[in-house]
Design a protein around this ligand. Structure first.
Ligand code: NOJ
Length: 572
């Protein structure tokens, strides 16, 4: 085994906390750091090794903390630096490492750097950001920001446009400027020295803007009516990206025993290999999005709904499993603060099958190769919400999209709401459901975003008390990764690639062989036994129905059933 095989985060599981929605300690309706500290035993019981904490830095909250105005200060609504230190100490005591969110593709427009930068072309901070002259009195090109509207905003004082791939309050930093990079490395050292173990890096593959390295600023290809066009593909994995990342590794990461994950929209397997290669890469793993795009119409953006076809999901996840084996490392996720709840998305959140399908989805993902991420509430099988009108929603992406779709593109509100119900980010951001009590025990006040009504039966207190709950299933999966090296290192092989409802795969390290069978449908499915390895002598490892039911129906999976077998025959 090589030294890279032994890196500690390879058999770890990460838990993501979205602080605004996790636990409110002071009744203002907003989750906070003392609230997190009060719930650390929940994480300990679940068995996770690492917490990824979404931003807690000072921010005007245009995008809930992903717009940072001071990287070394804690947001007042969340608490103080002393609260942060106490939370970190509580995690350390429990053997849980803390991974912070590093949001350095952009800052807030209220960051002092930007305030200065925008004041005049001669200001020393001007070159911290990305500027272009107007073209024919308007935006320099047709790029649309991720949050709708142009990616360029005019700045009166200097007579130029600045770039923002997200909201106008999130100006992109100019990574070509060595001083910007030095500032970033400095703030990373600041948090590492406090005892933080690593970073999740927000849209990190957007930091090298191609035309800043070689020449002309291109338009984005026209894929929809109107002037503005999606532009992420135009800036991702730019010409100096790997150089910047290797510099960061040299200047910062090599000095600590850290864990890093780069959020990498539109990344290909090859790009992920470059980023995560154990010798020549820079980060430990990336978040790729391919499997999150399969229920959208190709090229039309996330809101253009399409039913998931299971063979597409299998092909995609399998390409990443094989593509990174031995050449990089996967992160495994179904959920985060930007994605709808997986049980409502790829499972069945009706009372009959919510728990079973949530466990099936967890089993399918957690037995693959990579580091699993569990997003708060996923371990309870929390579901989407479907509020009737846009006024109930808070998310900037959702609200902007609704406005443009209904006011500028003539779409029917009810149809737009259907997309929001399926894909809106607030699905993930409803407060954590701790108890059966009012507001799910999240707050004693009025929550900033409504608590899902189903907290009366979906909540942590009930889940912990029920040995058959989704929570305890996650707990077992997390523990299995620690016990069985084949789950960490074994090769992956997809079986039955074209089956419309069964997801079947093998893990094999030459000593142990595991067969995973998952039914992604609400109907029972007969197993095509001749196309599978023999189950003779196979032993159950984990599933979402009692083992004696497996024996009664050895060749059939019930609706949403998952089974993992140790195979007796370990020859490949
Ligand atoms: C990705 C983050 O996950 C998302 O929440 C945020 O809106 C954008 N990056 C911009 O920072």
């Amino acid at each position: 085994m090589s030294s890279s095989d032994l890196r500690w985060w390879k058999n770890s599981t990460v838990y993501q906390i979205y602080p605004r929605s996790f636990c409110d300690s002071n009744g203002d309706g907003i989750g906070d750091i003392p609230g997190i500290t009060s719930k650390l035993d929940h994480l300990k019981t679940l068995g996770v090794d690492v917490v990824w904490l979404s931003p807690v830095y000072q921010s005007p909250n245009d995008d809930n903390g992903y717009d940072i105005s001071d990287y070394r200060a804690i947001m007042g609504e969340f608490g103080t630096m002393a609260d942060f230190d106490a939370m970190l100490a509580g995690m350390t005591e429990r053997g849980i490492a803390l991974m912070m969110d590093l949001v350095v593709n952009h800052t807030s427009d209220e960051h002092d750097w930007f305030r200065q930068a925008r004041s005049s072309r001669d200001n020393p901070y001007h070159d911290y950001y990305i500027w272009q002259e107007p073209v024919d009195g308007r935006e320099p090109n047709n790029w649309e920001s991720v949050f709708s509207g142009s990616a360029w905003t005019f700045n009166e004082a200097t007579g130029e446009y600045y770039l923002h791939m997200f909201s106008p309050k999130q100006p992109d930093l100019n990574w070509e400027n060595p001083q910007v990079r030095a500032e970033v490395y400095d703030l990373m050292h600041f948090w590492f020295k406090k005892g933080v173990r690593g970073f999740r890096m927000d849209v990190i593959n957007l930091i090298s803007k191609p035309w800043l390295t070689h020449g002309t600023l291109p338009d984005a290809p026209v894929v929809q009516n109107g002037f503005f066009q999606p532009a992420i593909d135009m800036v991702k994995h730019g010409p100096r990206f790997m150089e910047f990342m290797r510099e960061m590794r040299r200047e910062v990461l090599d000095h600590y025993d850290s864990i890093t994950v780069g959020e990498a929209p539109c990344a290909t397997v090859q790009e992920a290999r470059d980023i995560t290669h154990p010798e020549t890469g820079a980060l430990d793993m990336v978040f790729q999005f391919e499997h999150m795009d399969l229920d959208s119409q190709s090229g039309k953006g996330k809101w253009a709904l399409k039913a998931l076809q299971l063979p597409d999901l299998k092909a995609s996840l399998s390409r990443w499993q094989s593509g990174l084996h031995g050449q990089g490392w996967n992160s495994l996720y179904w959920n985060n603060h930007d994605q709808p709840r997986i049980v409502s998305r790829f499972g069945d959140d009706s009372p009959a099958y919510r728990e079973r399908s949530a466990k099936m989805l967890a089993t399918c993902l957690h037995l693959m190769q990579g580091t699993p991420y569990v997003y708060q509430g996923e371990e309870l099988g929390m579901t989407n919400v479907a509020w009737p009108t846009i006024d109930h929603y808070q998310d900037i992406e959702t609200r902007n999209m609704y406005r443009v779709a209904t006011q500028e593109r003539g779409q029917i509100p009810a149809r737009v709401m259907r997309s929001i119900h399926a894909k809106g980010r607030d699905n993930a951001r409803t407060p954590m459901q701790w108890t059966v009590q009012a507001q799910g025990g999240f707050t004693s006040g009025t929550p900033w975003l409504a608590v899902n009504d189903n907290h009366t039966h979906i909540n942590a207190e009930a889940a912990l008390a029920d040995p058959q709950s989704v929570f305890h299933h996650y707990r077992q999966l997390i523990a299995l990764r620690k016990q069985h090296p084949v789950l960490v290192h074994g090769r992956y092989e997809l079986l039955l690639p074209r089956h419309p409802h069964l997801f079947a795969y093998l893990r094999d390290d030459g000593q142990q062989r595991l067969l995973v069978l998952c039914n992604f449908s609400g109907q029972f499915q007969r197993l095509p036994l001749t196309e599978l390895p023999t189950l003779k002598g196979a032993e159950p490892l984990i599933g979402n129905l009692p083992f004696d039911e497996w024996q009664m129906a050895p060749d059939t999976l019930a609706a949403w059933e998952a089974r993992a077998y140790w195979l007796a025959d370990t020859s490949t």
